[in-house]
Design a protein around this ligand. Structure first.
Ligand code: NAD
Length: 415
């Protein structure tokens, strides 16, 4: 992390920035700045050597006025209560920005999964799922993958829930394997929405993605798929990075081959004799588009002064600190915020949940078409608000749109 800014404070600042341009009473606003409920629990799990491991685990339910709480589960040593609270809030605003009928939630376990065997991770995940059982359900709270979790963990959670509830309930989690009720297109969905957001932004700004140079920070699910799909739009991916460092090729690298290299060797380093750079150097490269796709707080105010990209499309959640945002707004760098750009994951999660409830499954083409409609409509709503209300940047516009929808749902419910 480039900065130790508390992400929950960042979220609250972002909401306050939007509220300054919105007609919401201060007392009502307070309801939408903090989670409704946070589970904090210690998991005690037997490890392979017979010793007892203890793990701090959380689930934050931020807001449920627009539907069931929705959001991923992260396994990372830096998971904290405040990080989970922030991530759950970003989910609540994200589902409102793309106008799907969910609230926001997020969970996490403070651990480095690389230090545990598959059987240990399964026991830890099932212990967590047991703690979650009273809170989750297809109509209550629907977890999904996030950093270091995927189909495998979702299948374990689903299996534990179904055993304890003596039912079949594929809609209790999303991001499942296709064979367990997952959706076509879910794995690619976040990278796809990042690409759609970039395409719309470049078109709005009067240029296209053809030949645009791109740097991608973080080469996991979101970053590597965005890089690949951006190539498909004619962009030139010149630099990518992961936690081991960055690689650069001014002629453009082959995003798919770089992904295969990472899958084989564990990192992008060493791919195809590319030049090697530090992570911070990637963030300040002179490119048309920068895609931060790692973790929070990657760019703080100091680094923002050196950013050379014209446009930033946030694949990660919260990659810019609020101070960095201010610097970039002053410097006329356009930032397409996470709550729109990476909303493909939760949108296709919604499609997965709809399919689970109908027990009727869609083609990949239908999923991708419906996703495109949601992201393009959300982009248009955002730019309409940006222009009509003369807002300072796209993030404030997105939060203003989201806040209005959440407040309207709350007020219409007669509370
Ligand atoms: P992932 O674990 O698949 O990938 C994360 C990548 O970031 C890895 O390649 C890792 O090496 C790299 N990384 C970590 N620290 C780094 C650093 N300091 N510099 C450069 N690279 C670094 O995770 P993911 O699912 O791709 O998620 C990435 C971000 O996207 C997170 O903020 C997550 O919340 C967000 N996101 C993901 C999804 C999804 O569907 N996967 C949806 C919405 C948002």
């Amino acid at each position: 992390m480039a900065s130790d800014v508390n992400p929950f404070e960042s979220l609250q600042e972002q909401i306050d920035d939007a509220a300054a341009y919105s007609d919401v009473d201060d007392d009502v606003l307070e309801r939408f700045k903090r989670p409704e409920r946070v589970l904090e629990t210690t998991l005690s799990v037997e490890l392979d050597d017979g010793s007892l491991g203890t793990f701090e685990a959380y689930r934050s339910q931020f807001n449920g006025d627009r539907g069931p709480y929705k959001g991923g589960i992260r396994y990372h040593p830096n998971v904290t209560r405040d990080e989970v609270k922030a991530l759950s809030g970003w989910m609540a605003y994200k589902t409102a920005v793309v106008n799907i009928p969910y609230g926001g939630g997020k969970g996490g376990i403070a651990l480095d999964p690389a230090e545990y065997s598959t059987t240990e991770l399964e026991r830890i995940t099932r212990a967590y799922a047991t703690e979650l059982r009273p809170l989750v359900g297809p109509d209550e709270d629907v977890p999904a993958p996030d950093v270091n979790t995927g189909q495998r963990e979702m299948n374990w959670i689903k299996g534990t829930y179904e055993t304890l509830e003596n039912t079949t309930a594929p809609g209790v989690v999303t991001g499942k394997a296709i064979e367990s009720g997952g959706s076509q297109g879910r794995l690619e969905a976040t990278g796809r929405s990042v690409t759609l957001a970039a395409r719309e932004a470049f078109s709005y700004l009067g240029t296209g993605l053809e030949d645009a140079t791109v740097a991608v920070q973080g080469y996991g699910n979101a970053g590597s798929i965005a890089a690949h799909l951006l190539e498909g739009e004619g962009a030139r991916v010149v630099a990518v990075s992961d936690s081991s460092g960055a690689i650069y090729d001014e002629d453009g690298l082959d995003a798919g081959a770089a992904k295969d290299h990472k899958a084989e060797t564990g990192s992008v380093a060493g791919y195809d004799d590319c030049e090697e750079y530090s992570n911070d150097e990637l963030l300040t490269m002179d490119v048309d588009l920068l895609v931060p796709a790692a973790l929070e707080n990657a760019i703080d105010a100091d680094l923002a002064e050196d950013v050379e990209a014209d446009v930033i499309v946030e694949a990660a959640n919260g990659p810019l600190t609020p101070d960095a945002d201010d610097v970039l707004t002053d410097r006329d760098v356009y930032v397409l915020p996470d709550v729109l750009a990476n909303a493909g994951g939760v949108t296709v999660s919604y499609f997965e949940w709809v399919q689970n409830r109908q027990r009727f499954y869609w083609s990949e083409e239908r999923v991708n078409d419906e996703l495109e409609t949601v992201i393009v409509d959300a982009f248009d709503d955002l730019t309409d608000a940006f222009e009509e209300r003369d807002l300072p940047n796209f993030r404030t516009a997105a939060y203003a749109v989201g806040l209005r929808r959440i407040v309207d749902a709350y007020e219409q419910s007669g509370n």
